[in-house]
Design a protein around this ligand. Sequence first.
Ligand code: AMP
Ligand code: MG
Length: 525
Amino acid sequence: MSDIDSASLPAGPDGARWINRLARFAHEVPDVRRDGDTIPAETRVRHPFGTDLPAQPFPEPHWVATSDDCAALLGWPSDWATRADWRALDVLTGRATWPGLHTMATVYSGHQFGVWAGQLGDGRALLLGEWQPAAGGPSWEIQLKGAGRTPYSRMGDGRAVLRSSIREFLCSEAMHALGVPTTRALCVAGSALPVMRETPETGAVVTRVAPSFLRFGHFEHFAHSGQHESLRRLVEFTIATYFPALREGADGLDPLHAWLAEVVRRTAATVAHWQAVGFAHGVMNTDNMSILGLTIDYGPFGFLDGFDPGYICNHSDTGGRYAFARQPNIAWWNLHALAHALRPLCADPDATLPPLLDAFSERFIDAYSDHMRAKLGLELAQDGDKELLDDLLALLAGERVDMTIAFRALSAFDRGAGATPPAFRDQFIDRAAADAWGERYLRRLEAETRADAERRAAMDRANPKFVLRNHLAQEAIAQAEAGEFGAVRELHDLLRRPYDEQPGRERYAALPPDWARHIEVSCSS
Ligand code: AMP
Ligand code: MG
């Protein structure tokens, strides 16, 4: 860190507001030890939950994009990124530090593609600290991704490239605006640092924000390595810190079981929302599953263009394990892996865990039905609604009709006009099939009591006009790789209001061009 001018260490945000609960917890556990290796001993402290270490500085950083919405969550001033006394660009690229930070990389394990992968961990992520904007209010962990090697980097370089960092930044903020539970992104900083992938690229670091970055894999780690006392402590810490309402248990369940039931509920709700907006995560390994039910670790994700239940966005996923339509089942499988890790803490796991896991399908179906009902504009529940939806999805799948456009067009159905509107029927080659479904839908709408205008407005709040289509991300990335960040910022701004019409920005809602069919994205980059 020779390029840090120690005479002008940045003041940064109010140091007393870094509460660093995970770091404090990790240090309460007895066998904390200092450890040399490749990083100076005084800055590297190992404990059962991870290792304290600094970020590795990035050369010549520059801003690529920042999120005012995310900064507002933190209660930071609007000029946070440019304030001379904060030097946020330096701090968020490992070149300087703020008073109150406690940087650490955590250790976790996990199942990858259904197979036990052993120890993983924050191989390129680094927790900077946990920030609480106001005493007693919510708090936010701030994490760098791409901050350099850690003891958990294995063969990796600890870095991230510009394109994957932009994708994570844009998608985190876009998912939040869609209403999907997700980790947030504060900014992306680029660098001249060369990073070797299939071809040489440049490095970047994305700053992520979430109440906690704990994953299923953190719990699996301590269970599978036989560290059951650490597992127990971590579970107690997690419940007390992030699920305080469950500290005494709930619904006749003890805290552990009540907590697992809640993780099941949140996971089901989040995945139901993915299915409703056409989001495919791409790498639903248990180490990429948030214990808070947030969407986490944006890698080779993709939004459906043409509706295809078998859509695989990750070209490393040759077996299609993480295909779009399989996501609910995979989430359930992952919850089994989490529950399995909790067995050492349960008196009678064979009796108490299965019912909690079995509740997943009901939780999922409830959440999914609510979303799809809202998308169809159906306030009342009637027999035949499920068939109406299933037939629509089959029709979309049969012709690979664009999911986002087709659902958005549903609000054009007008009971008075009595015919399938062109906005919907023109999406199909088989117009007769579209009309036949449209007639059934119009008849079904007759049973609704809401006024058309009100129904339409509600539907437009459930069917986004704009999603982060792969080709849009790709265009913005191509420009960013040439040093021009306007398109990234434009896309970020567009996706802040995905349900609004946004006149003048229609091209972002249009069908993808032909070249976009061949975009493939792989796992870690
Ligand atoms: P992912 O597939 O991105 O969820 O990553 C799986 C594991 O590999 C995690 O433990 C990551 O921290 C680690 N990892 C991925 N990319 C890198 C990298 N470039 N350097 C170090 N570790 C990495
Ligand atoms: Mg990951």
